[in-house]
Design a protein around this ligand. Structure first.
Ligand code: NDP
Ligand code: OXD
Length: 314
């Protein structure tokens, strides 16, 4: 009952050591160093080799080492066994921290004051609007979107959310589907992308979408924060929208290509804030514990948690 780990670019030996510390009686291996492929029942993966799944005839489950699963579903031949993703309170809290941090950074003109400090300039902004005047729209109302929505509302922001299926959530204005998108965008001052990457969400954040954001809001124009997936954003359109004043700023944690190439104009654009896909890292201990508990549950005949729906792609 071996678990194979495949996470190219990560310190895989350290991860296996963590797994062994939590489950010393279990067998673990690192791809591609596999002595007996028939013994492999589980795969824990982050951007694995797309051909990996065919090597294990007795595979029973694939565990994503993150909340997203696009890195697994991008394979031409995806595994036929269930895929479970990471859902963990630490990860959820971290994402909400990131979104609240940057919403407040925008509200409280932090970038401007930082530049003023560097220039030795004492220049209070003439009018500091309260959070209650600012409308934040979350695209994605899943595990992460709902938690962020609650915490943003706690800070006083007006919060709305958009999802694929209609939802009723206390204290939140909700919109669903393509038919509601324009109305949702038209009432949004800070747009937060928290969508999984699927066929439907690829290249979704483009110039046409940014152009529909509220232009009459309490801020200096619409702001965009993307913490979902870079494949949902058209980076050339972000630059164009910033240059045209269609967007006031873009805060990006995810990119079309990661690591963001040195040649990307996003690096030096004054309207862009960049973080290297760290909005909500999975805490290693929590992830290892989750995966081991999922294996144990399966072996007891209990259902796997957080299983991905193949049809919707997330
Ligand atoms: P969930 O699966 O819980 O929620 C996804 C949400 O997106 C749901 O509300 C879903 O709608 C909505 N959605 C999906 N497709 C569409 C669509 N075509 N149109 C409208 N809404 C859609 O995911 P999580 O909240 O756990 O995570 C979201 C994403 O965040 C992950 O997939 C990952 O890509 C990203 N992420 C990024 C991290 C980072 O560090 N930057 C860390 C962790 C995650 P519905 O509710 O109707 O199903
Ligand atoms: C992700 C993650 O899916 O870090 O991006 O969990």
């Amino acid at each position: 009952m071996t678990l194979v780990l495949s996470a190219p670019g990560w310190d895989e030996a350290a991860w296996i050591a963590r797994f062994r510390a939590h489950a010393p009686d279990r067998a673990f291996a690192i791809w591609p160093d596999i002595a007996d492929p028939a013994s492999v029942r589980y795969l824990a993966a982050w951007y694995p080799d797309p051909d990996i799944y065919a090597h294990f005839p007795n595979l029973e489950a694939v565990f994503s080492l993150g909340a997203g699963v696009d890195h697994i579903l991008r394979a031409p031949k995806t595994p036929t066994v269930p895929i479970a993703r990471c859902v963990d309170p630490d990860l959820t809290n971290r994402m909400s921290e990131y979104i609240v941090l940057h919403a407040l950074r925008i509200l409280r003109f932090s970038d401007r004051y930082q530049a003023d400090q560097q220039a030795g300039r004492w220049k209070p902004v003439s009018e500091q609007r309260p959070a209650r005047d600012v409308r934040i729209g979350l695209m994605g109302l899943g595990v992460l979107g709902q938690d962020a929505a609650r915490k943003l509302a706690m800070m006083g922001f007006q919060v709305a959310g958009w999802s694929r299926s209609p939802k009723t959530l206390e204290g939140l204005t909700t919109y669903a589907g393509a038919e509601d998108l324009s109305v949702f965008l038209g009432q949004t001052d800070i747009l937060v992308g928290l969508l999984p990457l699927t066929q439907d969400t690829t290249d979704l954040y483009d110039y046409a979408l940014f152009s529909q954001l509220a232009q009459n809001g309490a801020l200096d124009g619409p702001h965009f924060i993307n913490v979902g997936r870079g494949g949902s954003q058209v980076e050339a359109d972000i630059i164009r929208a910033l240059d045209d004043g269609v967007l006031a700023s873009a805060t990006l944690d995810v990119f079309q290509v990661e690591p963001l190439p040195e040649t990307s104009p996003l690096w030096s654009h004054p309207g862009v804030t960049i973080t290297p896909h760290v909005a909500a890292d999975s805490a290693p201990e929590a992830l290892v514990t989750l995966i081991i508990s999922q294996m144990t549950a399966l072996e007891r005949g209990e259902p796997l948690q957080h299983v991905v729906d193949r049809a919707s792609g997330y």
